[in-house]
Design a protein around this ligand. Structure first.
Ligand code: PXG
Length: 290
């Protein structure tokens, strides 16, 4: 397996970064998780746009253009002969000294890993997922805006530990004032009386690429959609709940904090959107020839 590392394609066994890299020392950097479907990089342009926005938000100056970045991703996929892959694109502040000062880092480190995807088991999609509410609150927007996809994922990891301790795979993260924000690695949607809703991202959630795709699908298929502030009581009372993310795609949720959601099985709106999303993954992205 070859890894793209600072402009070179190097063997996996030789793909190392320095212990003085601020991505490692401070989590100072940004990343993207992208996916390919049968030779099509799903919404690659949107992922690259978000990466550059995240970089901009932490005042990290990207050393290459968006087009060059897209070419680097595709080059890495091709050299590894991968048609169905998971892409982890990482840009760190680069190598510096032991102080926080980002000015000491002269050149960002860029690496691209393309690998097979680890997915939720199929039965979760058929039967639905059980999740919990995390005790860990989502980062405050004014402290570290969750819209920035930064290498600081400890907030999410602590909530993931909450999920694991409760015997589940995902957890809902609330804002400091108990509004539903998102899950540890997925956005959340609810369906009530045939209307679809998801929290606005400015309360403290990542603007998911899958989230955007689902919103567009809802609009195209005439499902009434609203961005809405949600509390846990709204989620418990929903007819359907599902999560969205690059790895999970659309995954139904049937139990939260041991309470049954709706009928306790994936609902019609969710199943319809899953169907439509599958079609989208065949068309919506950048195609690359091997
Ligand atoms: N919220 C958070 C906090 C995320 O990290 C999403 C929502 C969904 O966004 P997208 O753009 O993927 O629809 C994410 C994305 C991983 C992994 O390796 C995590 C994500 C995506 C891909 C892989 O755990 N999280």
């Amino acid at each position: 397996m070859k890894i793209y590392l600072d402009g070179r394609l190097v063997d996996k066994n030789e793909a190392y970064v320095s212990v003085f890299d601020h991505g490692l020392l401070y989590g100072d950097g940004v990343f993207e998780g992208i996916r390919t479907y049968d030779g099509l990089v799903f919404r690659l342009k949107e992922h690259i746009d978000r990466l550059y926005k995240s970089a901009d938000a932490i005042e990290l100056k990207m050393p290459m253009t968006k087009i060059e970045m897209i070419e680097a991703v595709i080059k890495t996929l091709k050299v590894n002969k991968l048609k169905n892959a998971y892409i982890r694109l990482v840009v760190t502040r680069g190598v510096g000294d032991l102080g926080l000062d980002p000015r000491k880092c002269r050149k960002p480190t860029i690496f691209i890993i393309t690998d097979k995807i680890a997915l939720y088991p199929k039965e979760y999609y058929q039967k639905g997922l059980e999740i919990v509410t995390a005790t860990t609150k989502r980062n405050l927007v004014q402290a570290l805006d969750p819209r920035i996809k930064s290498l600081n994922y400890l907030n999410n990891i602590l909530a993931k530990i909450d999920a694991i301790k409760s015997g589940t795979e995902e957890a809902i993260m609330l804002t400091y004032d108990d509004h539903v924000a998102e899950c540890t690695g997925d956005n959340i949607f609810v369906v009530k009386d045939c209307e679809l809703a998801t929290p606005p991202v400015d309360i403290g959630a990542l603007e998911g690429i899958t989230r955007d795709a689902v919103i567009n699908l809802a609009k195209r298929t005439d499902i009434p959609f609203y961005e809405k502030l949600l509390k846990m009581e709204n989620v418990y009372a929903a007819d359907e709940v599902f999560l969205t993310g690059t790895a999970a795609e659309i995954i139904p949720v049937v139990k939260i904090d041991r309470r049954k959601i709706g009928e306790g099985r994936p609902g019609e709106v969710t199943l319809g959107l899953m169907e439509e999303f599958k079609k989208l993954t065949k068309t919506d992205g950048v195609r690359y020839a091997m």
